[in-house]
Design a protein around this ligand. Structure first.
Ligand SMILES: Cc1cc2nc3c(=O)[nH]c(=O)nc-3n(C[C@H](O)[C@H](O)[C@H](O)COP(=O)(O)O)c2cc1C
Length: 397
């Protein structure tokens, strides 16, 4: 979002207090933010908070009664790359759908040549009212994008649909708007997270994979226009992005089953999951009791999911694997690339500080099947996801 100009319109709903946080997110991501408040919204959030956080004066009225200076709504609309109205009240929604223009925010909306995105917020009966539905449909017909309200606890004390989408979700929609859709039309299978291999009803063998790398890849690919299927082992992560289908699995065998159902329909597979190599030979029906000093668990080899995908890869498909090694990184990576019929392998080692499982950063090298090796600096996992996808793009053309 670096350098992008976001005009943020705030209307008089209780969710206006969340806008302070949205401005922070947008500014952190490099956007330039200017805000227009409806007169009613300044009862819900102080213009001082909004101007301080955005770093720009706040526009509320058509003109200043003390100085006689007017705020040029046409200029504001021309300045903006994107107009976001959040929260959007039932009142402003109705005015927008009719083309009314009795405040500065509405005049700016009518002057806006670029895109407008809105995030409605109201009590559940207001949100469910036929006139609200009709007005939202009219806005969609007029080319406005709508971030649907979410379900949950409402300020009135009622529970239901009508809560404004969270600031992170609104920010993700804004980022999505600004992202080039160079993966549009592509279907991508991403695997992520660890697998858990049951020992008994309460215990399992697992690993420290957080899933962050795979989720970052899935989210970035979706924001670049791909249809993404994320097959994920157990993680605490949430996934955002409206082009991602998430399929939760627990064990390696469950992950294989999903991959076998999906792989043939995909253009690209990025297999970032840390799949357990072995699983207990038998799973005890009851919780194993503490008796002897030692306990032996017989392990048996798990299916090799990446190998299976390589063996069933069509010439039009691209397959990317990961190698996390503790020694002989390049040698082991190269052997995995060849033995599993991969196009690319992303290699990292736990010996590099900041690389590997749990953290928010990674340091990778990518080796391709034409023997090109590219090494990258330590970066955030979302930046690493960008490097991986940029490298893969050369194969997808
Ligand atoms: C405490 C309080 C909370 C309100 N919350 C909402 C809301 O969440 N959504 C909504 O559509 N209207 C809400 N309203 C009603 C609006 O403030 C009212 O319709 C106002 O005229 C909206 O003006 P605007 O659309 O120009 O900002 C609320 C009113 C009060 C007093």
């Amino acid at each position: 979002m670096r350098g992008k100009r976001v005009l943020l319109g705030v209307t008089g709903g209780i969710a206006a207090y969340k806008i302070a946080y949205l401005i922070r997110i947008l500014k952190k991501q490099g956007a330039e933010v200017k805000c227009i408040l409806t007169p009613a919204s300044s009862d819900f959030i102080s213009p001082l908070v909004v101007s301080t956080l955005s770093g720009n004066p706040v526009a509320i009225e058509f003109w200043d009664k003390k100085t006689g200076v007017w705020t040029n709504h046409v200029e504001l609309a021309l300045w903006a790359d994107l107009f976001v109205i959040a929260p959007l009240t039932a009142n402003t929604l109705s005015a927008m759908s009719l083309g009314s223009c009795d405040n500065l925010l509405l005049a700016t909306y009518l002057s806006m040549k670029g895109k407008t995105i809105v995030a409605p917020a109201m009590d559940l009966d207001m949100y469910a009212h036929p006139s609200t539905k009709r007005n939202l449909l009219q806005l969609e017909k007029d080319g406005v994008s709508i971030i649907p309200a979410e379900s949950g606890e409402l300020a009135s004390g009622l529970e239901g649909e009508g809560r404004m989408a969270e600031p992170e979700t609104i920010a993700a929609h804004i980022a999505d708007f600004f992202t080039i859709k160079d993966l549009a039309g592509k279907k991508i299978l991403v695997t992520a997270g660890p697998t858990y291999e049951a020992i008994d009803p309460v215990r399992f063998i697992g690993n420290h994979s957080s899933g962050k790398m795979g989720y970052a890849i899935a989210e970035l690919a979706a924001s670049r226009g791909a249809e993404v299927i994320l097959v994920t082992g157990p993680t605490s992560l949430k996934v955002s992005g409206n082009r991602i289908q998430r399929l939760d699995v627990v064990s390696a065998r469950e992950m294989l089953e999903k991959v076998q159902q999906i792989w043939a329909t995909c253009d690209l597979g990025i297999f970032a999951a840390a799949v357990a190599d072995y699983r207990p030979e038998t799973i005890a029906d009851e919780k194993i009791k503490k008796k002897e000093e030692t306990l032996n668990i017989e392990l048996t080899k798990n299916p090799d999911i990446l190998k299976w995908a390589g063996e069933h890869k069509l010439t039009t498909q691209v397959l990317v694997g990961f190698a996390l090694e503790t020694s002989d990184l390049l040698k082991n990576g190269e052997s995995k690339l060849n033995s599993k019929n991969l196009n690319l392998i992303v290699m990292n080692t736990l010996k590099d500080e900041g690389a590997g499982f749990a953290g928010d950063t990674n340091k990778v090298s990518i080796l391709d099947d034409r023997n090109n090796l590219t090494s990258f600096e330590l970066k955030s996992k979302s930046e690493v996801a960008g490097d991986i996808i940029d490298t893969v793009m050369k194969y997808l053309c």
